[in-house]
Design a protein around this ligand. Structure first.
Ligand SMILES: NC(=O)c1ccc[n+]([C@@H]2O[C@H](COP(=O)([O-])OP(=O)(O)OC[C@H]3O[C@@H](n4cnc5c(N)ncnc54)[C@H](OP(=O)(O)O)[C@@H]3O)[C@@H](O)[C@H]2O)c1
Length: 272
């Protein structure tokens, strides 16, 4: 297992995502992920599964303080009136006094960056979260976030071998921030890619494992793959027993292209 240290935080680099996992499934698979060794779980108000995620963590054989738990505030809740009540509701559902990381899920064109960042900082001061961060923020918005003086630790964005995020990655590195890779295995689309397949064959691994390993070998990158399949949950965690060569890292870097986003809703900001 790899941990990333950023500011005062120590975060397991390989986490577990819960997007599109309905209640019953989320409960079962989060429990499975924890017993497999995952110690970093990602949910969101938007996923409507905080209750099951919370119950799974509470009932697992792992103490709460050994799990790095992230949730995210829904864009509709970013205004000063709704922000804090939504956070306390999340904590109730998650059955915890505080999460480890609270993120702004998406910017909201109707709410100024300064307004939601002030609420996010207040949530941290109140002890509702240990660390704060953002998600889906391009560099222009990150400039505004950092201008508020907020001590964020990450920007969670789409990041996988098929999407060029070089500009954003460099910005984050320059500002000592982590990149949390969502849709890290391109929602399964890395399977069948010939470059990834030939590298995978060499190590007796699959394309998903090679992709996750490529992410783990980059500085300050975390990844939160999702799976509802226990065999996949296990194999996705089995990536710490081999190492890609610099040449193989380069071969995978060359798969990157512009305009290949899988997640691009109508309310998305202007991307880099
Ligand atoms: N901040 C945001 O706006 C945002 C947006 C999207 C996602 N996220 C977060 O990032 C997490 C991951 O992203 P994602 O859910 O979009 O996609 P992902 O993790 O890239 O891909 C999930 C898909 O890959 C398949 N898969 C995983 N491991 C596999 C394996 N070993 N073999 C074959 N198929 C495999 C899964 O199917 P099986 O279930 O069959 O394994 C599932 O269909 C989310 O769950 C969420 O927590 C955040």
């Amino acid at each position: 297992m790899k941990n990333i240290k950023i500011k005062e935080a120590t975060i397991p680099a390989l986490g577990f995502g819960t997007f599109q996992l309905a209640d019953a499934t989320a409960y079962t698979v989060v429990k499975a992920a924890l017993s497999e060794g995952y110690r970093h779980i990602d949910t969101a108000q938007m996923y409507k599964n905080e209750e099951s995620v919370g119950r799974a963590i509470r009932e697992a054989d792992v103490p709460r303080d050994q799990v790095f738990l992230t949730t995210k505030v829904l864009p509709a809740n970013l205004g000063a009136k709704t922000f804090m009540p939504s956070v306390t509701e999340s904590l109730q559902k998650l059955q915890t006094d505080a999460v480890d990381l609270l993120l702004i899920h998406w910017p909201n064109a109707e709410v100024p960056v300064e307004e939601y960042m002030e609420e996010l900082m207040k949530a941290q001061q109140k002890g509702y979260t240990r660390y704060i961060g953002v998600s889906n923020h391009p560099t222009a918005l990150l400039d505004k976030v950092l201008a508020t003086g907020a001590g964020i630790i990450t920007n969670q964005v789409e990041y996988h071998p098929f999407l060029n995020q070089d500009k954003l990655y460099t910005y984050l590195q320059d500002h000592n921030l982590t990149l949390t890779a969502y849709s890290p295995v391109a929602q399964g689309k890395v399977l069948g890619n010939p470059v990834l397949k030939s590298i995978a064959d060499k190590y007796n691994k699959n394309e998903i494992q090679v992709t996750l390993r490529w992410l783990m070998q980059q500085d300050n990158v975390l990844a939160i793959p999702r799976s509802a399949n226990e065999a996949h949950i296990r194999s996705n965690f089995s990536i710490f027993d081999f190492e890609l060569t610099p040449e193989e890292m380069q071969q995978i870097n060359q798969l990157k292209q512009a305009n290949t986003r899988l997640i691009n809703p109508s309310f998305a900001p202007a991307w880099d």
